[in-house]
Each structure stands twice: as structure tokens, then as C-alpha cells.
Design a protein around this ligand. Sequence first.
Ligand SMILES: [Zn+2]
Length: 485
Amino acid sequence: MRYIYAIVAVILVALAIISIRMMLMPEREQPTVSSYQTKNFSMAKVSQHLSKALQFKTVSAYAKRDASQFSKLRDYLGATYFSVFEKLDVQSSPGQSLLLYWPGKDKSLKPALFIAHFDVVPEGDDKDWTYLPFSGAMKQGAIWGRGALDDKSQVISSMEAIQLLLSKGYQPQRDLYFYFGDDEEVGGKSAVQLAQQWQDKGLRFFAIFDEGGAVVKKLIPKLKRTAALIAIAEKGILDLQLKATAAKGGHASMPPKRTVIALMSHAISKLDELSKHQQVTPIARDFMSHIDRYLPLPQRMIFANPELFTGQVMKYFSRSPLTRTMLKTTMVPTIFNAGYKSNVIPIAATAIINIRLLPNDSEKSVENKVRRVVAPYDVKVVPVSYTQNRHISSAKTMAYKELQQSIWQSAGMDLVITPWVTMVATDSRHFAMLADNIYRFRAYTIRPKALVSIHGHNEHITQNSLRDMVNQTQILLQEIGSLDN
Ligand SMILES: [Zn+2]
């Protein structure tokens, strides 16, 4: 009987803790309207401009990059946004990238940097597209083509916003830089060079803004509100090569006890298990504490008490493509090589493992984990390449607050805005040493299911989303441009 009392007591205490914590949910900032206004513009014209920009085949990953398509797009922008190119300073920039400088009135303020890119990934097979990938078709209230979301819509939105602000005589307080990359999709060499030049000059930014988050409908099951995800971090990328050479080769008619292919296969299946390991990271906690109040009671309980419901939290996160990889450093074999003839047992097998690191996982610790897991199979590990990921920006700065306000005002006051970590790599990572805070966000609205279109087929942006982007950029530029610290 005593045991039953004890169990009941424990349950009651647990329930009390859960309810107290739910009652103590920190107050969230209420949506506020910015004091800055947007200027009206013709949606038909802006759509035309994007449609035209989508027709240039600025594919950076083609084996033979067509440089003329990049210069034609630049010429097109120059002619379409004449006043922008006349009033802002077009500075020299690496490769075929474009760098615009808008001088501010107060030179004592740190400048801000706005990043976008106009190169795109290859279009794939034309047959998979409803409208041809470089047609810029304007159909069904949307503009269709490769680059519609990633990232020509922001190139156009930035140009439109600057033009609108210039037309009403606006001049920022701080210097504003606009960097439009020409090779973001193939690693961003231009960005690397530019960042190096700026570092040599000792330039530091107040904040950096780039792509990486968006407005998402039906982000996770049961969340009724539309969410805006601001990525305050991005995953790092580590490529490791695995090598198995510790088995004999020979003729296939007389197989040895073990083969390099079998050893490698065992090692990789063990890595598969390792890659399922999940952890509730600080960013995931922050994320949950922003959306918990908009979930029904059972889910709210789970999100408000992640330490008590770790298993459920992980299950829940796994149900959306936007949160699925948020709790884990993913590892996947992408290249596998062994053997050349059907009757010859190879003496070496190699594989490349592509690893996407959470910001709290260091590349060394992950490499060591992999080493330990594959060691029993006599498989060696050689690091191939690594891009940094340790940079986590604060969601408490003025810049973040201003960004929030620009989102509420342009995309809807009922949006729940939350920090997030993006799984893709952006050009902003190359500038990480030049600023404490990088915020990655685009104001288009998307459903998780439609995300595959970004590097897949039928990429398109609705006119409503494009309108939100132009308005959000107008507000953000004024807010960041006018802050006096
Ligand atoms: Zn992109």
C-alpha cells in the first residue's frame, strides 16, 4: 500500500511541476507595427521583372558555365533599376558577383550587409516541369522557373525596395551593402574572396541578412498558426572518406575470410545507427518555447517540458521535414567505390560520408565518433573537407527585433516567429567572422511539401509572396538603416 502512495505522490509532484512550468511560460513579445511605411508599387510590373530575371540561364554548376548569361542578367538589372545603379555605388566585386553600396549619413555607425544570389542550380529534366524552367511563366497567380524561390525573388525584391525608398528620398543613417552572389550554389568562392578583402580592411558589420528561413504553413502537425522561421544558425558540412584496405584480394573463386567490401558495408551500417542519435539542442528548446503556446494542451505539455518528454519531443520533430533534422547531426554515404571486374576481389574500398553538423557538434568530436564506430572493421577515416558551423546568432538583439517587426507588418500580425536552424549552407557563412549576428530569412510563404521544388522541379513563387517580400525588404531596410546605434 505504501508503494502506491509513493507512486501517487511522485505522479502528483510531476504533474505539479509540469503545470507550474506551463503557467510560467515566458511572456512573448506581442506583434508590433513598425513606424515605417511601405510605398505602393505595381505588382504586375514586379512580377514581370522577376519573370524576365528567371529567363537568364545563370546556372553556376553547369560543366561549362555560360558567363554571358550572368552579364546579361546584370545588364538587365542595370537597365530596369536605373536609379538604383545611378544613386548607389556599384563597387568592384569578385567573379561576376554584384556589390552595391548605399552610403549612410552617419559614418560612426557600423554598416549592415544584405546578401542574395542570382546563380541557380541546374534545371533537371524539362519534362518534369509544368512550365519550362527558364520560361518565367506567369500562370495561376505565380511566377514559375528555376530561381523563383532560390534566390532571384530576393534579388528583385531588394532592387524594387531600394528603388521605392530612393523615389521617396530616403537615405539610410548607416552604410548598407548589398552583395549578390554569382556562385552561391557551388560553394561561394566570390563570397570567400570578398569577405577576405573586407577582413583585411577591418570592416565589421552591425548585422548580416541572408536566405535560409521562410514563412511556413503547417510547419508541424497541430500547430494552427503559420510560423516564420528565422535561422540563427546553419549546419556545418564535413566530408569524411572511409578506406578499407585490411583484407586480401584475389580470385573470386577462392574468397578469403573477409573482403574489403564486406568490411566497408558493416562499417557503414553502423554509421547509419550512429546518425539516428538525436539531442534536444539549445536552439530546439528556444524553438519549442516560442511555439508551445499555440499547440493543443497535450503537445503544449510536451514542448514546455522537453526534459521530461524527450522521446515524445523527438517523435514530434520527426514528423515535419523542417524539424526532422533539427535534432541530429546527419551522416549519409554519398559515394561508394570498390572493384572493377566481376571475378576479381578488390583490395580497397572507399566511401565518402557527407555529414551535416549541428552547431553544438564540433567536427573533431564527430570525426572521432566515426573513427571509433568503424575501427572494429579495420576501416580508416580521412577528413576531406569541412565548412564551419559554430556560429549561433542571438535572438535578443535590436536587429532581430527589427526583422521580426518587418515580418509581422508585411506577412501578417498573427504569425508566430521563432528562431530556427537551417539545414542548408548559405553564402553568409563566409562572412561570419565579420559580424556577431547573421539572420537568415525570406518572406515568402511555403508549405513543407513544396520545399522540394527549391532544387527540384516546378519551382515557383506566388504573387502574394513576392508582394510580401518587397514590402518586408522595404521595412527592414528602413528599420536597420535608421537605427541609431
Ligand atoms: Zn539559395
